[in-house]
Write a protein that binds this ligand. Structure first.
Ligand SMILES: Cc1cc2nc3c(=O)[nH]c(=O)nc-3n(C[C@H](O)[C@H](O)[C@H](O)COP(=O)(O)OP(=O)(O)OC[C@H]3O[C@@H](n4cnc5c(N)ncnc54)[C@H](O)[C@@H]3O)c2cc1C
Length: 304
C-alpha cells in the first residue's frame, strides 16, 4: 500500500450535507471463487453507467478475504467509482495491527471507512475480542479517529434490533456512543418492511441521534437466497413476500422480478419520505440496481 499519498476522496458526510437529491450507494463483497470473480467483474462493469454516489466493499472474517477487500476496492477505483469505502472490523486483529491497517488505508487515500465490530465466528453466539483487540465498533471508531481525524466513518444501525442487543433502548444509547465517538453517518442492516426503518428513526430521534441514516435495501433474487441472507443477519422475511416468491415456483426470472418489484416499492416509499439516500446491497449482481432505477422512473412518472 502507498504510505505517502494523501486523501483524495470526498468525505461521504460532506456529500450527504451538500446533496440536493438522495444519494445512492452499492455494496460489493470480495468473491471467494473464480465464478464469483467473474460475477463481480460483470457487476462492476455493468453498473458503472448507473453512477452511484459511492460504493462499499465488505471485510471478511478470515485473513485472506481481508486482503481481498482492498483488491476489490482498487478494482472499483480502476473503474472510476468514487469514493470507495472499505469496511473494517475488529475481528482477528490486535490494537497495534488495527493501527497499522488504519495507516495503510489512510496512506492509500481512502477517506471513508464503514466501521464495524464484526460477527462472532460461525457456531458461536458471543463475540470474543482477540488478545489485546477491541470489543466493539465504538472502540474502533475511537481508534481510527485518534489515528487520523480526517477519516469519515460510517457505522451500522439495526432497524430490527441487533440479535445481541440487551434491549432496543440500550442499543440506541450505544449507537449514540458510536456517533459521539466520531462516526458521521449510519447505514442500516437490510430490512424488507419499511415500518422497521421508521420505528428505528423514531428511536434515533429519541436518542438524539442526528446524523444521516441510509436505509439498506436488499432485493430478493430467489426465495433460497433471501432466506439464507436474512437468516444470517437476523432480519425478517415478510410472509407476503415469502408467499409471492413461493408462487413464482421454479420460474427463476419471475422470482427475481418479484423481489425487485418488492424492493422498488420500498425505495419509492423511502424516497417519498425524505431519506438522505439508499444503500443497495447489490452484492456483486447487476439486477438489484434495477429496483432503484424503477423506483426513480415511477416517481418521475407519477410526479404531478
Ligand atoms: C451496513 C453493514 C455493513 C456490514 N459489513 C460487514 C462487513 O464488512 N464484515 C463483517 O464481518 N460484518 C459486517 N456487518 C455485520 C456486523 O459485523 C454484525 O452485525 C456484527 O454482529 C455487529 O457489528 P457492529 O459494528 O454493529 O457491532 P457493535 O456496534 O459493536 O454492536 C454489536 C452488538 O453489541 C451491542 N453493544 C456493543 N457494545 C455495547 C455497549 N457498550 N453497550 C450496549 N450494547 C453494546 C450492540 O448494541 C449490538 O447489539 C455489517 C453490518 C451492517 C449493518
Amino acid at each position: 500500500m502507498n504510505q505517502t499519498s494523501s486523501l483524495t476522496e470526498p468525505s461521504i458526510a460532506e456529500l450527504l450535507r451538500k446533496a440536493e437529491r438522495p444519494l445512492l450507494s452499492y455494496e460489493f463483497f470480495p468473491p471467494k471463487s473464480e465464478a464469483g470473480l467473474l460475477s463481480l467483474q460483470n457487476a462492476v462493469e455493468g453498473l458503472r453507467h448507473t453512477q452511484p454516489d459511492f460504493v462499499t466493499v465488505t471485510y471478511g472474517a478470515g485473513g485472506s478475504t481481508q486482503k481481498l477487500t482492498f483488491e476489490v476496492a482498487e478494482l472499483l477505483r480502476r473503474f472510476q467509482y468514487r469514493p470507495v469505502m472499505p469496511h473494517l472490523t475488529c475481528v482477528g486483529a490486535a490494537r497495534g495491527e488495527l493501527e497499522v491497517l488504519a495507516d495503510q488505508i489512510h496512506g492509500d487515500g481512502y477517506r471513508n471507512i464503514m466501521t464495524l465490530r464484526g460477527d462472532p465466528p460461525k457456531g458461536e453466539s458471543r463475540f470474543v475480542p482477540p488478545a489485546d483487540g477491541l470489543s466493539c465498533a465504538r472502540d474502533l471508531v475511537k481508534l481510527l479517529k485518534s489515528r487520523h481525524p480526517d477519516f469519515c466513518l460510517g457505522v451500522a444501525g439495526y432497524p430490527e434490533v441487533h440479535p445481541e442487543a440487551v434491549s432496543p433502548e440500550a442499543e440506541m444509547d450505544y449507537l449514540k456512543e458510536k456517533i459521539d465517538a466520531g462516526a458521521e453517518f449510519i447505514t442500516t442492516q437490510m430490512f424488507m418492511e419499511n415500518s422497521h426503518f421508521y420505528a428505528f428513526m423514531d428511536r434515533c430521534e429519541k436518542a438524539r441521534i442526528q446524523v444521516p441514516v441510509l436505509p439498506g435495501i436488499m432485493p430478493a433474487l430467489s426465495l433460497g437466497q433471501i432466506k439464507r441472507i436474512l437468516g444470517m443477519c437476523g432480519s425478517v422475511l415478510p410472509p407476503e413476500l415469502e408467499n409471492r416468491l413461493i408462487a413464482a415456483g421454479d420460474d427463476a426470472e419471475k422470482a427475481m422480478q418479484t423481489g425487485i418489484l418488492w424492493s422498488m416499492e420500498q425505495i419509492v416509499d423511502l424516497l417519498q419520505n425524505g431519506v438522505p439516500g439508499i444503500h443497495l446491497y447489490v452484492l456483486n449482481q447487476i439486477r438489484p440496481a434495477m429496483a432503484y432505477q424503477l423506483a426513480q422512473t415511477f416517481i418521475e412518472m407519477t410526479r404531478g
